[in-house]
Design a binder for this molecule. Structure first.
Ligand SMILES: [Mn+2]
Length: 342
């Protein structure tokens, strides 16, 4: 299985509320891209895309945030850029996407350029709810194999902290995926010391069952303050999802028009894990799994956002983070979709 670990791939959010904040986020994104192996031309495209996104946020919503994350595919590193605002939304998205339709007061040509320069581009915009844009950029000539699973994540520290006390990890192969979300007690660096070893158990043994991984996390967290941990293991050969959780990680599965909540038991992984129970539920084509820490309220309904459920999982994660963060804890939302039949 290919494994992607949060601890090595920290995400950073940059507020954009006035024009002096455009240059710093552009610089940060270009520095990250250059450090990841982008050449001058490819890094220049990152600069352009971030500048357009930040300018749009200011012009049309007044303020918003740009969230940047490194990506990895094999030995190649890319960059993901999220642009989030709660502005008026884009009234005529199709026209705004077409190049050359820029008019004062509309999103205009910027969107077309952003899409053209991105490997993956997706956008969700709703009247009076705002706009969320997701873009991935890679060094030149990166080939992308289609994956059976597509996924996205937002993992950010609470306002004022530099380190998120939440962690996540994901491993996937051709027919299976294992995903874990951990929320270290409290927030900040000490919480991270509890959540990161929990996330690391997936990399150590991605083939273990959800319950076994939870037991491994319990052992790994003994010397820490403990964490809430949830693990889902998806088997695409048998179309099943096995889930085990201890503590407050929300898990929702959307399949064939139905929403199912996956239950965690009370307790603290690392200190007080009384009961581990593995639930076995059906999985299938187009199934969507949403895991999030309690930095977000659980009072969201995806049907309040027409069309969002079919967006890229990174856009779904971004919208839920944007609109349901409590604002006083670390935030993690991880969304994963089965792309078979897509
Ligand atoms: Mn929390």
């Amino acid at each position: 299985m290919e494994t992607i670990l949060a601890a090595q791939f920290r995400q950073t959010s940059y507020p954009v509320a006035d024009s002096s904040q455009i240059a710093p986020v552009r610089r940060a994104a270009v520095d990250l891209a250059t450090g990841l192996g982008f050449d001058e031309t490819a890094a220049g495209e990152v600069a352009l895309v971030v500048t357009e996104a930040a300018t749009n946020l200011l012009k049309h919503a007044g303020h918003g945030e740009i969230v940047v994350r490194p990506l990895q595919q094999g030995a190649v590193h890319g960059i993901e850029i999220l642009a989030l605002d709660k502005g008026p939304g884009i009234r005529n998205l199709a026209a705004s996407m077409a190049d050359g339709t820029s008019t004062a007061g509309s999103y205009g040509a910027g969107l077309g350029a952003m899409r053209r320069l991105s490997s993956v581009f997706d956008i969700y915009s709703a009247p009076d709810r705002g706009t969320a844009i997701m873009m991935t950029l890679w060094p030149r000539d990166t080939a992308h194999a289609a994956q059976a699973i597509e996924w996205g994540v937002v993992c950010l520290p609470m306002h004022g902290e530099h380190v998120a006390g939440d962690s996540w990890s994901l491993a996937h192969g051709a027919t299976s995926a294992t995903v874990l979300v951990a929320d270290g007690l409290g927030h900040g660096p000490l919480a991270a010391q509890a959540s990161e070893p929990a996330a690391a158990v997936v990399a150590d043994a991605p083939e273990l069952s959800a319950a076994e991984l939870l037991h491994d996390a319990h052992a790994a967290l003994r010397a820490t303050r403990g964490a809430a941990v949830a693990v889902a293991r998806i088997d695409m050969l048998h179309d099943t999802l096995k889930f085990a959780g201890v503590g407050n990680i929300s898990a929702h599965l959307f399949l064939a028009g139905e929403r199912r909540q996956l239950v965690s038991h009370n307790g603290i992984v690392g200190s007080n894990m009384r009961k581990v129970q593995e639930f076995d539920v059906p999985w299938g084509d187009h199934a969507l799994l949403v895991l999030h820490s309690d930095g977000l309220t659980a009072r969201w309904h995806i049907e309040d956002y027409p069309g969002l459920a079919s967006c890229h999982p990174a856009v779904i994660a971004a919208v839920l983070y944007r609109d349901f963060s409590r604002g006083r804890d670390d935030n993690t939302v991880l969304v994963l979709r089965d792309r078979r039949g897509a």
